[in-house]
Design a protein around this ligand. Structure first.
Ligand SMILES: [Zn+2]
Length: 474
């Protein structure tokens, strides 16, 4: 089945056809280093991490580039407010960003590129825009003359005169109030020499200078949060398509829905954010990955602390099914009985549907629902106390790991793989606890239960007897 991706540029799902055969080039807007990363950033990065994982799973050779904005007005303003050096502020925040990504298992990026290390490429792009008469100079900087670009607004679907009201204009000598800065003339903060005097680049030109260098004039996927669509991505199109005279600059524009808190975007300026570091103190990274994958990447998510708790429970349900599977009796022979054949067919069907869901614009919530259907089948099989061959058991576990791997979940060791002796010791303890309980020695039985819990083994007393439940340690 061909992969279909929703393209913001055309507002429809399109069959994904890379420009260079099997090779795929993807660029995603990275962090602006003026504060720690929060859950809103985690959503964007993890959404694109799943997209990258799936493209590779399908056999594409993906080159994934992410820029690091370490020169930008927000960094300089924050440094001023906090009496810090802006270069040091950005530098100090880069390591925590990478630590957050590592902790989240976000390892799909091939190259991170800092804006500050691409100033020659930025200046070169501005020079070329001058040569083509798209750029002009004023007292405050160099600007792009938007009156010269016919296609303005094709990404955000608005006309030039409609956006006037959105922009605050610090320079009345500009040709059009909407014209954006390519180079800002400055006397303080981080400064570089340029043909137009000392200053620093505008935000949008940082990205196109970096993407042109590593990915070329045209490439396959450009992604980012929905909040970057305008003016940031729109301006990137203006710059790059003026330079190359090739359209479109990017064949597939992807935008992720935002993380909301009480109806407002989670953001640093809103003061309603939770840092990634803080969330990971209480939750396993797989819980966070499950949480974001359980909603479609284009949809917004309304964040509540309770929703993370629900994600944790759902993920535990999947693990528990796998653990149940691991504890089933194994049949000696190689012949499959009807029940086992049925389970195998269901497994094949689940995989097919999972992949079909992913092929439909990376529909992760639908894909996850197929994992749950399979978990239900396993649990039914286990509840009926049926036996299966070791081969089938292995196939189910491997398929869960393989498909879970696309989402970055279900990668933990299953109980089935515990050393046999450890397993027997646990069983012995469970049995001893039962005996203590029957003798009403609750102190001893509770002690065994709480020590087992510390080891991640949770015992639940149910009408059917003691059941073990999978717990993910935070
Ligand atoms: Zn960007």
């Amino acid at each position: 089945m061909p992969l279909k991706i929703y393209n913001t540029l055309t507002r429809q799902k399109e069959v994904f056809r890379p420009l260079h055969g099997n090779r795929v080039y993807m660029f995603v807007c990275g962090p602006t280093l003026y504060d720690y990363s929060h859950l809103g950033h985690a959503k964007t990065y993890l959404n694109f991490d799943v997209i990258a994982r799936y493209l590779r799973y399908k056999g594409y050779s993906l080159f994934y580039l992410m820029n690091i904005t370490d020169v930008e007005d927000r960094i300089i303003n924050r440094a001023k407010e906090t009496n810090k050096d802006p270069v040091k502020l950005a530098k100090d925040l880069e390591l925590p960003f990478h630590q957050d990504m590592k902790a989240l298992g976000m390892n799909s990026v091939n190259l991170y590129a800092r804006a500050s290390e691409h100033i020659p490429e930025i200046i070169d792009q501005i020079k070329r825009l001058f040569e083509k008469d798209y750029a002009y100079e004023t007292k405050t900087g160099v600007y792009y003359n938007l009156a010269k670009f016919q296609d303005f607004g094709k990404l955000s679907h608005q006309k030039l005169d409609e956006v006037k009201k959105h922009r605050i204009d610090p320079d009345p000598t500009k040709k059009n109030p909407q014209d954006f800065a390519l180079w800002k003339k400055k006397t303080s903060g981080p400064l570089w020499n340029s043909p137009w005097g000392k200053g620093r680049p505008g935000w949008h030109i940082e990205d196109t200078a970096i993407s042109e260098l590593y990915l070329g004039e045209q490439y396959d996927i450009h992604g980012g949060g929905l909040d970057l669509l305008f003016p940031h991505h729109e301006s990137e199109i203006v710059q790059m398509e003026s330079l190359s005279e090739k359209k479109p600059m990017v064949t597939h524009w992807l935008h992720t829905g935002l993380l909301m808190v009480s109806g407002e975007r989670m953001g640093k300026s809103m003061g309603n954010f939770v840092t990634i570091v803080d969330v990971l103190k209480d939750y396993d990274p797989e819980v966070l990955r499950y949480y974001f994958a359980s909603t479609h990447y284009r949809s917004p998510i309304e964040y509540t602390p309770k929703s993370l708790e629900q994600a944790k429970e759902s993920l535990e349900t999947l693990y528990t099914a796998l653990d149940n599977l691991g504890e089933l009796k194994t049949t000696e022979g190689k012949r499959l009985d009807e029940d086992e054949k049925k389970l195998k067919n269901e497994l094949a069907e689940m995989k097919k549907r999972f992949l079909a869901a992913m092929d439909d614009d990376f529909n992760t919530p639908l894909a996850i629902s197929h994992l749950f259907n399979m978990a239900t089948s396993i649990n039914k099989f286990a509840a009926a106390n049926k036996a299966l061959t070791g081969k089938t058991r292995q196939e189910v576990v491997e398929t869960f790991k393989e498909l879970g791997g696309v989402l970055g979940i279900l990668q933990k060791e299953q109980r089935a793989f515990e050393a046999e002796s450890a397993k027997e010791l646990i069983e012995l303890l469970v049995e001893l606890r039962e005996q203590f309980r029957k003798r009403k020695d609750f102190e001893a039985s509770d002690r065994i239960r709480s020590r087992l819990r510390e080891l991640g083994i949770v015992l639940e007393d149910t009408p059917k007897g003691v059941q073990r439940k999978r717990q993910i340690l935070g």
